[in-house]
Design a protein. Structure first.
Length: 191
């Protein structure tokens, strides 16, 4: 059962307000489903909209942020919980400990770096939690096409590509993430 979902998404709003609306609605929908949000504690962009959507519906929102980002005033303190860590790696490790699954909403390099790291952890057996992309309006389609090319070239297994959830809407993504949630534990000794 997915009790908390780590969402990776943009720290900026992007050029089209529909992505801010999407992030806000994902947060609100997760709260209505009684699924807690774990995210990077950012106050702006899609990250801020995601958190606000969940908070507006009375949902649990847990932020994990490195100290240097607080010093730059990139975080927000009005969350259910805020965990301050020293490094980006500690951030992702704690987010992995606090969650049942991972979902990438629209975002940029940081979003990609985060989702690819946890997906890699899953593929090499360090993590037994499902990973997915919310492909709203085909946002991730170019990336997914590139990944198919990488698999076709023999640099990624078809099984790895098939293991990741890709859905256009949150409800379908949650169903598929739930179907891939066998143990929900870190295999590194942390629980």
């Amino acid at each position: 059962m997915i009790r908390r979902l780590t969402c990776f998404t943009g720290s900026t709003p992007g050029h089209d307000p529909k992505w801010v609306d999407l992030a806000r609605e994902v947060g609100a929908d997760l709260a209505r489903r009684d699924i807690g949000v774990v995210y990077g504690a950012g106050g702006g962009g899609l990250m801020g909209a995601l958190a606000q959507g969940a908070l507006d519906e009375g949902g649990e929102v847990i932020g994990v942020i490195p100290e240097f980002m607080i010093e730059r005033e990139w975080g927000r303190a009005d969350l259910t919980e805020v965990h301050v860590v020293q490094t980006m790696h500690e951030r992702k490790a704690l987010m992995a400990d606090l969650t049942s699954a991972f979902l990438a909403l629209p975002g940029g390099m940081g979003t990609l770096e985060e989702i690819f790291e946890v997906w890699t952890w899953r593929q090499i057996g360090l993590l037994d939690k499902p990973v997915g992309f919310l492909d709203a309006e085909g946002f991730w389609a170019p990336l997914l096409e590139a990944l198919r090319g990488i698999a076709d070239a023999g640099f990624m297994s078809g099984a790895s590509l098939a293991d990741v959830v890709v859905e256009a809407d949150l409800g379908s993504a949650l169903v598929e993430l739930e179907a891939r949630t066998p143990g929900t534990r870190m295999l590194t000794g942390r629980t």
